[in-house]
Design a protein. Structure first.
Length: 630
């Protein structure tokens, strides 16, 4: 028995000497996690900036590279080199993104860092490190509020199923509330995207302070994507966003935004959503991603043109899939409407959840991509019609539909969501609207850019009559409404501006031409209707003719909607009406302001010098006079 015991002791000693004993944290090899404050720690939050340090009890005989993993099958999370004769090395500081999740999306509340030598052999491992998940910050969109995220929040919410803590901007958990429009006060001014981005930054900072996290995931809906992009590009200092997960964010804007804007509602936000603003202004300026990956889920519930109220197909009623992909990003699609994207369990399970559960090694630094050339939309809009209907009354509008159209799509915006419509075609007969034959849709969500939508294939040319009727739910004061009509086919209006980002007092030239089948049409009447973010309107008239132009000089900085409205004559002498919707952001002119300031400063200095000279002359004269008298 004694001999057997001695044999076991000798074997265990030999195994230890030759490195075959189980790897463990010991006095010979120490693996430490160093936090942002250069202190050792045993607790981090997923995404924290850390370094991994290894320390040996004795110096190495030659240079050795050490690779660190979270398991022998996982990708390396870092490496360092112990120089010949050295005892320690540390990785560069890096983000611990994905440390809370394994490759199967299973939460890992504790991690052990393992060290491997050049031969791939395990040489040591750390004590367990507690890893908490990143918090999720949710950003609502246009005309919305934090309640849009109720399906994600609470003990039974989507996030609770994977034990993540959620914060919706404006929910009061930390300071910060966006202003993207108030449905109860449509003429009240909204914040700009830039102003809301500042508030988002304050909210994220509050979440970081409350949770101790250094990074958050951004899950956003609709206009929340533009606000988040601005934050990342212009506001964020050190990177504190792990990834941007968007639901229906219109990276190329939405033509449906003209409906509230033409009524002067929710300005300037309703102008910033315009396709012209997003592609011609925003996407040209907001280009930096700071290494953050962008994802966007587009709703594709509508795939037939005549069923689409106010934008290109496929779309979610107000945001086209083309708009989702107007910048380089990773996109997916789901057959739901825009307002259901935050409600959909499938959107969470198939799109949001896998991104929130990404493991280490899958977060790649995203470069700033080159802009995507914008595809030409097949849609041509007639003018947007606006009116008011009193309680218990009705209002009639006549809309001219010209020949050669394959589709005419109608969209009605009513902030009270209380009216109904009766449609009479060019024949004078009432058309019974239905989802199957006309794509009739009614959206009761007040945050939507439209209320009613319907369309027609191969519509009969001539005057169409639209009767807008009040109902028993129409407010006593009545309600304003707007109707847009787009055409596929027929005449084409091209309207341009010499710049969409002019300086203050810089002359801007607007140009317009109308054509049919490539042949120019005579324009008998045209106007540029310019509306600022306060709702003030200025109208410029174009001369009649072909390839017409007019000029405008902005006197105030800010965001402007510019509607180019033309009436032309077709070869059969019928009337053709078209409108193009531009957006312009007038920049303050710091150069001229600085020149003015410098000129004033020079004048002040010159006057001061002259005063001092004159005072010296005057005093000298007085002294000379005293000497003469004496």
């Amino acid at each position: 028995m004694r001999r057997t015991f001695l044999t076991l002791v000798i074997l265990l000693s030999l195994l230890s000497v030759y490195g075959f004993a189980p790897a463990q944290q010991s006095s010979e090899i120490k693996i430490s996690i160093i936090n942002r404050a250069d202190q050792g720690t045993s607790q981090i939050t997923d995404g924290d900036a850390i370094k991994i340090q290894i320390t040996l009890s004795q110096s190495t005989a030659q240079q050795e590279k050490v690779t660190f993993k979270l398991g022998d099958q996982s990708p390396p999370v870092g490496s360092c080199v112990i120089v010949s004769g050295g005892t320690t090395c540390a990785t560069e500081s890096f983000s611990s993104l994905g440390w809370h999740w394994d490759v199967d999306g299973v939460a890992q509340n504790n991690r052990i860092v393992q060290a491997f030598n050049d031969n791939g052999e395990l040489t040591g491992q750390s004590d367990p490190i507690t890893v908490s998940p990143r918090p999720v910050v949710m950003v609502h969109g246009f005309l919305s509020n934090p309640e849009t995220w109720l399906p994600y929040l609470g003990s039974n919410g989507f996030l609770a199923t994977i034990r993540l803590q959620g914060f919706a901007v404006g929910d009061g958990q930390v300071p910060g509330k966006l202003n993207t429009g108030n449905i109860l006060n449509p003429v009240q001014r909204t914040n700009t995207i830039a102003q809301n981005a500042e508030i988002l930054g304050q909210y994220i900072e509050g979440v970081k302070q409350k949770t101790g996290a250094e990074m958050v995931d951004l899950v956003v809906h609709s206009m929340g994507g533009m606000i988040s992009r601005y934050y990342i590009d212009r506001i964020m200092q050190d990177r504190d966003v792990a990834q941007l997960i968007m639901l229906g964010s219109p990276m190329g804007g939405s033509d449906c935004a003209v409906l509230p804007a033409v009524l002067g509602f929710f300005l300037p936000a309703s102008i910033e959503i315009r396709q012209s603003y997003m592609t011609g202004v925003f996407n040209q300026q907001i280009t930096h991603r700071r290494g953050i990956e962008f994802y966007d889920l587009g709703g594709t519930a509508i795939s037939e043109a005549f069923k689409s109220p106010c934008t290109d197909i496929p779309n979610d009623t107000v945001v086209s899939f083309g708009s989702i992909n107007a910048i380089v990003l990773q996109s997916s699609q789901l057959g739901v409407i825009h307002s259901d994207l935050t409600l959909s369990d499938k959107a969470f399970q198939d799109f949001v959840r896998p991104l929130l559960q990404r493991p280490a090694g899958t977060f790649l630094a995203s470069p700033d991509p080159a802009p995507i050339p914008q595809a030409e939309s097949p849609l041509q809009f007639t003018r947007v019609y606006t009116s008011h209907v009193d309680a218990g009354d009705s209002t009639e509008l006549t809309i001219n539909i010209d020949a050669g159209l394959s589709v005419a799509g109608f969209a009605l915006y009513d902030p009270s969501r209380s009216v109904t419509t009766i449609v009479r075609g060019a024949s004078g007969n009432i058309i019974e609207l239905s989802p199957e034959t006309n794509g009739f849709i009614q959206i009761d969500d007040p945050t939507s850019l439209l209320y009613l939508g319907y369309g027609f294939e191969n519509p009969r040319p001539g005057p169409w009559n639209i009767t807008v009727q009040a109902t028993e739910t129409t407010p006593a004061r009545g309600t304003d409404f707007s109707i847009s009509v787009y055409f596929v086919g027929g005449a084409k209006l091209e309207a341009t501006s010499t710049t969409l980002v002019p300086q203050l007092n810089e002359q801007v030239e607007f140009n317009a031409n109308l054509s049919l089948n490539g042949q120019p049409l005579e324009i008998k009447e045209a106007q540029a209707v310019i509306k600022d973010s306060g709702g003030n309107i200025e109208t410029l008239n174009f001369p009649s003719g072909q390839n017409i132009s007019t000029t405008w000089t902005p006197r105030n900085a800010g965001i402007y909607a510019v509607d180019i409205v033309v009436t032309g004559i077709a070869p059969d002498d019928s009337t053709v009406e078209r409108t193009d919707f531009l957006a312009i952001e007038v920049q303050p002119n710091p150069g001229k302001g600085q020149i003015t300031f410098n000129l004033v400063a020079v004048i002040v200095v010159v006057l001061l010098v002259l005063f001092l000279i004159l005072r010296a002359i005057f005093r000298g004269a007085r002294r000379l006079a005293r000497r003469v008298r004496n």
